[in-house]
Design a protein around this ligand. Structure first.
Ligand SMILES: [Ca+2]
Length: 348
């Protein structure tokens, strides 16, 4: 499978292999910000996208699969990158509740994009993740921008998955700030908290790109104007972002919107878009009141918290990187300048 990043001359002068795009899977529930996250990923030129695995979340699984296929066509990767159908429901909860208030009735604003003509793979999203973790053992980055159901199924089916993945970056959770679906829970984690706990206790080398960081990298009217001025290749992204900004405004926003899912993709390549710390994240699965809350326990605080609980003391040894705010590198600027490098087409 060929590289899917931006092609062209290597300006660094280094041999091609020095900057060879690295294997990645994007696991996603498109979704407006998932859609622009895919375009951003392709625009960076950093990645060789091995599969686009869909998962239910913003819509039921059939809807996100359909949207993932049409986005792969719009970005002209459908001949090279397989799109897989994801889990139909959370691990042990009622079906996903759609988020049409933010993403529009079919998940992509008012767009009606044509379907890809690619064959439908029989392999599920979780199976594709498992296979690719073996084919690219120690090299594969997995980026998740929806509920963690597919990733959890992969872990449950083969716990070795967690140790074959080089890096797992996901958009979800709220470490030290309020939630966005309940006072304490972020949507992706709330949608399937049991899956999130399976993944975050698995030993997978994770980075949590949470609301602490994503609510700080905002997309503003001037950024929308820049996308609109960048030509037909970003017209789809501009329409989607306009819809998304309007939804945030209707829900009490100030005319800006966060770049949740693109930020997770950005952090796959460069952690300096966020400020992060080491620590454990434990997901609340037992309570209806605090369902999906992500309790962040800093690595250097583990000795003082929960010392009376052997089970929690053991659980807290499983740590990763947790975003606590924006980093020194300007993500919004990188997002706006990167998207035009990978034009999308909406023609039938
Ligand atoms: Ca998403």
């Amino acid at each position: 499978m060929g590289r899917t990043g931006a092609a062209g001359a290597n300006p660094s002068g280094y041999p091609e292999w020095v900057n060879a795009p690295a294997p990645i899977v994007l696991d996603s529930d498109p979704g407006i910000d998932d859609a622009v996250a895919l375009q951003y990923l392709l625009g960076t030129g950093l990645w060789d996208l091995k599969a686009y695995t869909s998962v239910g979340g913003n819509l039921p699984a059939e809807g996100t699969y359909r949207n993932a296929r049409s986005l792969s066509r719009a970005l002209r990767i459908d001949a090279d990158v397989p799109v897989h159908r994801g889990a139909g429901r959370p691990l042990s909860r009622l079906p996903y509740r759609e988020a049409s208030a933010f993403h529009g009735p079919a998940g992509l604003g008012n767009e009606d994009l044509p379907d890809s003509t690619a064959a439908h793979p029989t392999e599920s999203s979780a199976r594709a993740l498992l296979r690719l973790s073996r084919e690219y053992e120690g090299e594969l980055t997995v980026c998740a921008t929806g509920p963690l159901t597919n990733v959890a199924i992969a872990v449950l089916e083969d716990p070795g998955f967690a140790h074959r993945v080089k890096k797992f970056v996901f958009m979800g959770g709220a470490a030290q700030v309020p939630g966005n679906i309940t006072p304490v829970a972020e949507f992706n984690i709330w949608a399937d908290p049991d899956a999130a706990e399976v993944v975050l206790s698995s030993g997978i080398p994770f980075t949590m790109v949470d609301l602490d960081a994503s609510h700080r990298w905002l997309f503003r009217p001037a950024d929308l104007a820049a996308l609109e001025a960048a030509g037909p290749g970003t017209a789809l992204a501009a329409r989607l972002m306009r819809t998304y900004m309007n939804a945030y405004t209707r829900h009490g926003g100030d005319g800006t919107c966060p770049l949740h899912d693109p930020l997770a993709v950005g952090v796959c390549g460069d952690e300096s878009f966020v400020t992060a710390a080491d620590g454990a994240v434990v997901v609340e699965c037992g309570s209806e009141l605090t369902r999906g809350q992500t309790v962040f326990v800093p690595a250097d605080a583990r000795r003082i918290y929960y010392s009376e609980s052997p089970a929690l003391t053991t659980r807290l040894r499983t740590t990763g990187r947790v975003a606590l705010g924006p980093g020194p590198r300007d993500f919004t600027k990188d997002f706006v300048t990167t998207l035009p490098r990978r034009p999308a087409t909406t023609t039938r």
